[in-house]
Each structure stands twice: as structure tokens, then as C-alpha cells.
Design a binder for this molecule. Structure first.
Ligand code: NDP
Ligand code: 2IT
Length: 449
């Protein structure tokens, strides 16, 4: 185990987030390797941590002032043992190879947990859509796809959205793919409804995360009714996490963006959520405006030098981090536990740092790692692919019903795997082990390729 970590630290020097994601999985699957010598014999871990293919390319585009701009584009095709590469595209200035490799690695196990035939991948760019006009975003997306189109396809690699990539970007990317290939296919998911998208895909990650939380609470005879909930982020995942929490009678008292956070003691109701959706998705504004619209709420600007995030200091029952990676450190986790939080479900990918995860597990917090709790998004992407292949569209209730069933099944498989390997109730170990076994057995079946 130590050898693997030493090797990737030397070979992939500086890829901090990738090391973090691999470290967690490697630690979880040790008992599986101990009882399956064939996995070690076939060097399964060594093969898993090496992407099948990494594509890195220049994205040149013209801004509105007529100035050329250059960004970097990436697609990590991590593992195709159980299906075509599948995973989102992230457009954010913080994007690096390390971040996309960690996301692609997590995606492999997450996609296996959905029980759908989806391999793992991730991509994106250090392009920042903030402050760009629609025309600039369109030109960037067209240039990005002018390279990516030769590497993807409905049976090869099917990208979707992630941070900074929503319905607008998917539309521009799809338009360019269709023009270059002369093909109308299910090559991207998260498409708009009237040209191949699936009902419930926009809601899926947030709703799925709450469905997972409901399952965890049931194991202790509890429900979400009347629970005070902390949510971070205010994008796609946060919005629909809040929507489902409100629907199930919980009270949501926080949300955030990269500039600061809102504390609304009275709770975010449906009207306030509609305001947030319009603000963030249509007007692309800053959350600060929430406190101007609702004077009962308090806005606190983000302090990048602070040792901890004050959002996690509010007393609550449940927490749903839905913004980005490493947004809960050990100190934040300590505040959450001290403030009464007994459930944490990760809507974002890897929002909790390893020491925070350990603290939650030691404190018997019901803790759902992102690769289990946020798998509803990619699961409904898988259902969008099925509908595209059949040239059919399922009704809302059908997709939502399938999503609920998938989240229940993921919850059950995590618990069963954790129990089988002597770590009952540990959803981190359970998710890693259940996802790992499915992928590595497929790799062994397919030989050394
Ligand atoms: P969006 O772009 O819709 O929203 C992202 C939100 O997080 C925004 O509120 C944004 O603030 C905030 N944010 C982003 N980066 C940072 C940062 N570095 N520091 C502080 N705040 C930040 O993205 P999504 O909602 O789609 O994604 C959120 C998380 O969920 C990510 O971890 C993503 O990987 C994960 N995820 C997404 C899925 C999906 O289907 N979309 C599926 C599964 C996981 P601001 O408005 O200021 O940018
Ligand atoms: O992290 C994720 O699972 C996503 N961004 C969604 C991926 C997808 O293909 O729908």
C-alpha cells in the first residue's frame, strides 16, 4: 500500500488532490486485497491509478474586444472497464491536472456504485466563465469542442456538466460537436429538455443526495422533518438539495458562493429559493444580493486567510457541503460536531479533508462521502443515455422513481460492503470497497489491456 502511494507521489509529483483521493481508496480497500491475493498478483491498484488516457490541449478563442485568449483543455479518460468514460466538465480558473485526475478517479467508483454501465472520466478547463458574455462563452465552448470532438462519442466518452458548466455550456458544446461530426447523438448529458435531455437531470444530484440522507437517517429511526440544515454552495447541486430538503420539511439556514455566505435564521423557503435560482443561474449575480432582498439574513464575506469557515459554526442537525473540494477542514469538522450535527452528506466531490472525515467517523456522525451521496447526478445522466439510445423520453415520475431506487441501492451496497469487511456503518469504506470490487473484477475479466 505504502509502495503505491510512494510511487504516485514520485511519478505524479505535486498532484496533491489526486494523492488525497487515491490515499483514501487505498486505505479502504486494504482488507479486500488481503482476502483476494489475485488482485495484488494482477497489480490491480497500480493499473487503477494510471489513467487509460490523458488528453491535454490548447483552447484559443477571441474575446469581445478582439483580443486572442488561450486556455488549457483537459479530458482524463480514467477507466472504461464497465462502460464508456463518463463524467463532467469543469470550467473554473482553479482547474489543474491534479484536480481533474482526482475527480476522474472518484468518478470511476461512483459510476460503478450506480449499477449502470458507466466508466469514469472527467475534463474541463482553467477558463473562467464568470464575467464573460454569452458570445465569449460560446466561442470558448466551440474552440474547446473543436479539439475534444475527436476523442469522445456516445459509445466512447460522454461528458456532462460540473462547476461552471450548465445547460448553456452543454448547448454550445453539443452544437459544435453536431456540426463537426454531422451526427445527432447522446454524446453529452445534461442537454436541454427539448433536444434530448432527461427530466430530473438538473435536479438529480441534489435530490439524490437528500434521498441518500433519508436512507442514512432511517437506520437510526430518524427523519429530516424539522431538522436544521447547513448547505454550502448556491449552484446546481446546492439549489436542488435545498429544494428537496424544503419539500421534506427540513429548515435550511445557510448557503454560499465563492465570495461569502448567507445565514438566514428564519430558513430559506420556496420563494427565497426561486430568488437564488434566478440570481445564480439567470442573472449570474453574487449571493450578497440575497441579504439585500431579505434583510433578516446576514451576509459574511469569505476570508481566504481564515483558519476555518464560519458557515460551519452554526448550530444545526445536518450538513450538506455542495460547493467544492476541501471546503471542510479538521477545525470546521470539529465545529460541526460541537454544534450538534449528526449527519453530513457530501453533494460536492471530496469537500471534507481527510482529518475531517476521521473526526466524523470517530464521532459516529452519519457521514456519506460524495462518491455515494452525489451519484444521483451521473446516475440520471446514465438514464439520459438510455433514453437517447431508445429515442424515447420517460416521464418525470419514472426518472425520479428510478433515481430513488438507485440511491437506496447505493446506500444498501455501501452498508453491506462495510459490514462484510468488518467496518459496520462506515460509508466511506463501504463506498470504496463496493465500487472497487465491481471495477476490478471487470478489469480481470477483460485481461491485461
Ligand atoms: P455550479 O457551478 O453550479 O456551482 C458551484 C457553486 O460552488 C457556486 O455556488 C460557486 O460559487 C461555489 N464554488 C465553486 N468553486 C468554489 C471555490 N473554489 N470556493 C468557494 N465556492 C466555490 O457547480 P455544481 O453545483 O454543479 O457543483 C458543485 C459541486 O458538486 C462540485 O464539487 C461538483 O464536482 C459536484 N457535483 C456536481 C454534479 C452535477 O451534476 N452538477 C454531480 C456530482 C457532483 P460562485 O457562484 O462564486 O462560483
Ligand atoms: O461529479 C459528477 O458526478 C458530475 N459532475 C456529473 C457527471 C455526469 O456525467 O453526469
Amino acid at each position: 500500500m505504502q509502495d503505491i502511494m510512494d510511487t504516485i507521489k514520485a511519478r505524479d509529483a505535486g498532484e496533491r488532490e489526486f494523492h488525497q483521493a487515491v490515499g483514501e481508496v487505498v486505505a479502504s480497500v486494504k482488507p479486500v486485497l488481503d482476502s483476494h491475493p489475485e488482485y495484488r498478483h494482477h497489480k490491480i491498484l497500480e493499473r487503477l491509478v494510471e489513467p487509460e488516457r490523458v488528453i491535454l490541449f490548447r483552447v484559443a478563442w477571441m474575446d469581445d474586444r478582439g483580443h486572442p485568449q488561450v486556455n488549457r483543455g483537459f479530458r482524463i479518460e480514467m477507466n472504461s472497464a464497465i462502460g464508456p468514460y463518463k463524467g463532467g466538465l469543469r470550467f473554473h480558473p482553479s482547474v489543474t491536472l491534479s484536480i481533474l485526475k482526482f475527480l476522474a478517479f472518484e468518478q470511476v467508483f461512483k459510476n460503478a456504485l450506480t449499477s449502470l454501465p458507466l466508466g469514469g472520466g472527467k475534463g474541463g478547463s482553467d477558463f473562467d466563465p464568470k464575467g464573460k458574455s454569452d458570445n465569449e462563452v460560446m466561442r470558448f465552448c466551440q474552440s474547446f469542442m473543436a479539439e475534444l470532438y475527436r476523442h469522445i462519442g456516445p459509445d466512447t466518452d460522454v461528458p456532462a456538466g460540473d462547476i461552471g458548466v450548465g445547460a448553456r455550456e452543454i448547448g454550445f458544446l453539443f452544437g459544435m460537436y453536431k456540426k463537426l461530426r454531422n451526427e445527432f447523438s447522446g454524446v453529452l448529458t445534461g442537454k436541454s429538455l427539448n433536444w434530448g435531455g432527461s427530466l430530473i437531470r438538473p435536479e438529480a444530484t441534489g435530490y439524490g443526495c437528500v434521498y441518500f440522507a433519508v436512507e442514512m437517517l432511517k437506520t437510526r429511526g430518524r427523519s429530516l422533518e424539522g431538522k436544521r440544515c447547513l448547505v454550502s454552495g448556491s449552484g446546481n447541486v446546492a439549489q436542488f438539495t435545498i429544494e428537496k430538503l424544503i419539500g421534506l420539511g427540513a429548515q435550511v439556514i445557510t448557503l454560499s458562493d465563492s465570495s461569502g455566505y448567507i445565514f438566514d435564521e428564519e430558513g430559506i423557503d420556496e420563494n427565497k429559493l426561486t430568488f437564488v435560482k434566478t440570481l445564480k443561474t439567470v442573472r449570474r449575480g453574487r449571493l450578497k444580493e440575497y441579504a439585500e432582498a431579505y434583510p433578516g439574513a446576514v451576509y459574511t464575506p469569505a476570508d481566504p486567510d481564515a483558519a476555518s469557515n464560519p458557515l460551519w459554526r452554526h448550530k444545526a442537525d445536518c450538513a450538506f457541503p455542495c460547493a467544492t473540494q476541501n471546503e471542510i477542514n479538521a477545525e470546521d469538522a470539529g465545529h460541526l460536531v460541537a454544534g450538534g450535527v449528526h449527519l453530513v452528506a457530501e453533494g460536492a466531490n471530496m469537500p471534507t479533508m481527510p482529518q475531517g472525515v476521521d473526526l466524523f467517523l470517530d464521532s459516529r456522525v452519519l457521514f456519506a462521502p460524495g462518491k455515494a451521496a452525489n451519484a444521483g447526478g451521473v446516475a440520471v445522466s446514465g438514464l439520459e443515455m438510455s433514453q437517447n439510445s431508445m429515442r424515447l423520453r420517460w416521464p418525470r415520475a419514472e426518472v425520479d422513481g428510478r433515481l430513488q431506487m438507485i440511491m437506496k441501492n447505493i446506500h444498501a451496497s455501501c452498508l453491506a460492503a462495510a459490514e462484510q469487511y468488518g467496518m459496520p456503518g462506515n460509508y466511506v469504506a463501504g463506498a470504496n470497497i463496493a465500487g472497487f470490487i465491481k471495477v476490478v473484477d471487470a478489469m480481470l475479466d477483460q485481461g491485461l489491456v
